[in-house]
Ligand binder design. Structure first.
Ligand SMILES: Cc1cc2nc3c(=O)[nH]c(=O)nc-3n(C[C@H](O)[C@H](O)[C@H](O)COP(=O)(O)O)c2cc1C
Length: 382
């Protein structure tokens, strides 16, 4: 017996290609309104049985056991909901947020609140949500009450409040990190790459942004040096990051005692990725990027996330850091072959967002089980 969210996801899979051919504004209005309710329904679902991935998929990093190599990317469970769901589904970890110092409502334009558009035939999506969230304090409290499942550690994604004065934003940011430390989370991801708010850099030029350096230095002095327990902090950059920036970014993070790097976030390279959009979805894509801009997610990012992460792993092999430092890949991951390629390249962990929903619409709560069964076959064939 399927659960209601599983049935709704399967039905949407059938109708999506039809609904995206409605007038573009109507499609964006429909999906922007429905997306949040749908995720809430999924997040509150409770899979009938608890899937435990085979031990051979597990890994210990920073003294933490991740029982498998794939988990949700930031933004899926913005307010700390959905842990029991993904823990029972078999995810390798759980990531809440991104949260900011004060609650945020998100972006609104043309009467559309938190604009989102799916491109099902292109296995992609656009969003211009604008970091809506209930704030560090509320989400940290919620996470502190969770019953953790062994091997499914809890992470929190944080960001400095966009629009806030830099000094205030930094104080709030490290206060938030302290709240998450007290809440017992296992790792923190610093989001430096949301394209939908001012002040997040793209690092697409070959120069380190002064503000990024200042933020990282501030975090080093006020949080990293003062951690009361081993609490890894990784930094998430854009998939639009210029490949020549990889050594500079890694040197910066390693020197300041950060614990990992994630490539990455959504893209604003609209022209570059336009050829990846299916002809039947081009009108919707053009409407979205010309009215909202936003970040492109999904399949088009597959090769940039692999190139950036492979370059990171290669650089770290040649410049071994004195402390444990990991590379995490996000962007376009949808098939077991994609994670297999990450494993082959020496990438430590993977996150998915758009691809999770694509798989969920086929396999429902067996989403990780079906994925890992195929992944294991690929690993065995090697
Ligand atoms: C609707 C939506 C909301 C997102 N919100 C966040 C967020 O709050 N923080 C963040 O770091 N990334 C956010 N992202 C980006 C994803 O975490 C991920 O980096 C990106 O979608 C690329 O992965 P994918 O190709 O698997 O979707 C969001 C993405 C989408 C589609």
């Amino acid at each position: 017996m399927k659960t209601l969210p599983e049935i709704l996801a399967r039905a949407d899979k059938v109708f999506r290609p039809l609904t995206v051919s409605m007038p573009a504004k109507a499609t964006v209005a429909l999906y922007s309104a429905n997306r949040k309710h749908f995720i809430n329904k999924i997040a509150n679902d409770y899979p009938r049985y608890n899937y435990n991935p085979p031990e051979e998929l597990s890994r210990i990093m920073w003294d933490i056991r991740f029982r498998s190599p794939l988990f949700n990317a930031a933004g899926m469970f913005k307010n700390g909901e959905g842990y029991p769901l993904v823990a029972r589904q078999g995810a390798g970890a759980y990531l809440a947020g991104t949260t900011t110092g004060s609650p945020r409502k998100g972006n609104k334009k043309n009467n559309i609140y938190q604009p989102f558009a799916p491109y099902p035939r292109s296995k992609a999506a656009s969003n211009w949500l604008g970091l809506p969230n209930e704030g560090h304090g509320v989400v940290a409290e919620r996470l502190s009450e969770l019953d953790k499942i062994n091997g499914c550690p809890i992470g929190a994604s944080v960001s400095a409040s966009p629009g806030e004065h830099e000094k205030v934003a930094l104080v709030e940011l490290t206060q938030g990190m302290n709240l998450y430390e007290k809440a017992g989370v296992d790792f923190i991801e610093l989001n430096e790459s949301c394209p939908n708010v001012p002040s997040h850099g793209i690092t697409s030029t070959a120069v380190l942004d002064d503000q990024l350096v200042n933020r990282c230095e501030y975090i080093f002095h006020t949080f990293l040096q003062k951690r009361k327990r081993r609490l890894p902090v990784i930094v998430k950059f854009s998939n639009d990051t210029h490949i020549t920036m990889v050594p500079l970014l890694i040197d910066l993070l390693v020197t300041l005692g950060f614990d990992g790097i994630n490539f990455g976030n959504t893209s604003t390279s609209y022209k570059q990725y336009e050829p990846y959009i299916h002809p039947s979805e081009k009108k919707l894509y053009e409407y979205f990027v010309s009215n909202f801009g936003g970040g492109l997610s999904g399949k088009p990012l597959l090769s940039s996330s692999l190139s950036l992460c492979t370059a990171s792993v290669d650089y770290l092999r040649e410049h071994l850091p004195k402390h444990e430092f990991h590379v995490i890949r996000t962007g376009g991951i949808e098939t077991p072959e994609d994670v297999h390629a990450s494993e082959h390249a020496g990438i430590s962990l993977n996150q998915w967002y758009t691809g999770y929903f694509e798989n969920y619409s086929h396999t429902g709560n067996d989403v990780y089980q079906k994925f890992y069964e195929k992944l294991l076959l690929l690993e065995q064939q090697q």
